[in-house]
Structure formats: C-alpha cells, structure tokens
Design a protein around this ligand. Structure first.
Ligand code: KIV
Ligand code: NA
Length: 259
C-alpha cells in the first residue's frame, strides 16, 4: 500500500485489472500488474448474471481464494458484494473478516461516498485496508437509474467531498468510475491516496479495467472507456473450432498422442 502512495508522489502511473481465477491472476502478477481486483463484476463476467447485485459473499470468496493463492507480488483486493456491508460497520467488519480469513486477500473494496465513512473507519481501525469506490457505483444502478456518468456540473462538489471524506476515513485508494475527466483530475489533486480511474480520463493515478474487456474475451459492445488489447474470443473460437474439426475428420488424435 505504501508503494502505491510512493508511486503517486513520484507521479508514476500504474494499472489494475480484475481477476477471478488462478491462471489470469498468475499471468497478471507476472506481467507486473501491482493490484488485482476480485470484483463483484464476477456476477456478469463469471457467473452469467445480468447484474452485479446478484453475486453473493459465498460465491465471491472461492474466486478471491484462487486469486490470492496464485499471486507472488500483486496486492489482491476483493469487492464486498451488495448487501454485505451497507447495514452497519459491524456487518462490514464481519464480511471483511470472512474475506480475509477464508480467501487470504490483502484488502477489500466497497462502494459509496460519505454514507460508508463509518464502515471505512471501522475496517481500517481493525487493520483491514479499504479501497473506496465512487462515481458510478454499479451496486446502486437502480437508484442511480442506469449506467451514467456521475459528478457532472452541480454534482461535482459532492463527489469531491465524498473523496476527501473517504481519504480522511482511512481508505488507502479510491476508484473513480465514469466521472468527468476534469473532476477526476481535481479529486486526484485533492487527496493524498491514489485514485484509480475507469472512464475517468487520463489524470487519475492509476487505471482499472475488467480483464475480459481488456483482452477481448466477452462479446457485445464495449463501453467507451474500454480499450481492447487482444482478441481472446477470436483466438479461443479458432482453437475450439479447429479442435472440433480435427476430431471430426480424424486428424486428432494421431499416433503421437496415443499410448
Ligand atoms: O467489480 C469491478 O470490476 C469493479 C471495477 C471495475 C472497479 O468494481
Ligand atoms: Na465492483
């Protein structure tokens, strides 16, 4: 955590990715990604749910365990799922302790502004590092009214106040999702903890993407903030198609593959 703050002070930018299993965690760790997030985006990207709201603590902990087991150097952060921390600081503590004990992650992430300050304080005072998350917060998609940019115009001051309050409460870093670039830049200047942007422009201290978006595994249209660095869906489709064809026409297996 200290190294992330040092990087901010030196002006060095870094990248975070989601990970939900052993091999991706191992690959991203070896690629030098300093922070891996076992996001509740596993709902959409692992479990096939249509919303983040549906993933449970019991579903996310085994994924977090797989990622934590696989890394050597990366810091592993797990999302606290919807409903597992909003009721009280005690509920947040109970859920975070489950993640720390049952999965071995190093830190947890939760969504919200000033309303979650008591939860952030409780966790950080208990020795559990907390990554905060403001702007568009998917766990509140129904009250926000869909995926939309947060912090425009009149909303900017409130978002800045949220960021400052979360940093004062002890959060070690702050995700800014779908926030205007100038507001994200202002927040990044105002807080001493690293800001991690997703759809928040180029002036945050770090960036995060869902790995299946970054590597082109998922189908469908990507949000504007995604840059796709590979076509894994194309590669896997090609491999599966070629394998099926080889089996169908007798090209696999050969004597080389036979005992
Ligand atoms: O769950 C997730 O993937 C996230 C990141 C996009 C920040 O919360
Ligand atoms: Na999330």
């Amino acid at each position: 955590m200290h190294h992330l703050r040092d990087m901010k002070n030196r002006g060095e930018k870094w990248a975070m990715l989601t990970a939900y299993d052993q091999y991706t965690a191992e690959i991203f760790d070896q690629a030098g990604i300093p922070v891996l997030l076992v996001g509740d985006s596993a709902a959409n990207n692992v479990f096939g749910y249509d919303t983040t709201l549906r993933v449970t603590v019991d579903e996310l902990i085994p994924l977090a365990r797989a990622v934590a087991n696989a890394v050597d150097r990366s810091l592993v952060v797990a999302d606290l799922p919807f409903g597992s921390y909003q009721a009280s600081p005690e509920q947040a503590f109970h859920t975070a302790v489950r993640f720390m004990k049952e999965s071995g992650v190093h830190a947890v992430k939760l969504e919200g502004g000033r309303t979650v300050v008591p939860m952030v304080e409780k966790l950080t005072q208990s020795g559990i590092p907390v990554m905060a998350h403001i702007g568009f917060t998917p766990q509140s998609e129904h009250s926000i009214g869909g995926y939309r940019v947060q912090g425009r115009g009149d909303q900017a001051a409130g978002l800045i106040d949220d960021a400052v309050a979360l940093a004062e409460a002890g959060a070690f870093s702050l995700v800014l999702e779908m926030v205007p670039g100038d507001v994200a830049a202002e927040i990044t200047k105002r807080v001493s903890i690293p800001t991690i942007g997703i759809g928040a422009g180029r002036d945050t201290d770090a960036q995060v993407l869902v790995w299946q978006d970054m590597a082109g595994l998922r189908s469908g249209t990507m949000p504007r903030f995604v840059k796709q660095y590979a076509d894994l869906r194309g590669i896997l489709t090609g491999a599966a198609t070629a394998y099926a064809a080889d089996v169908a026409n007798g090209a696999f297996p050969t004597d080389d593959h036979t005992f």
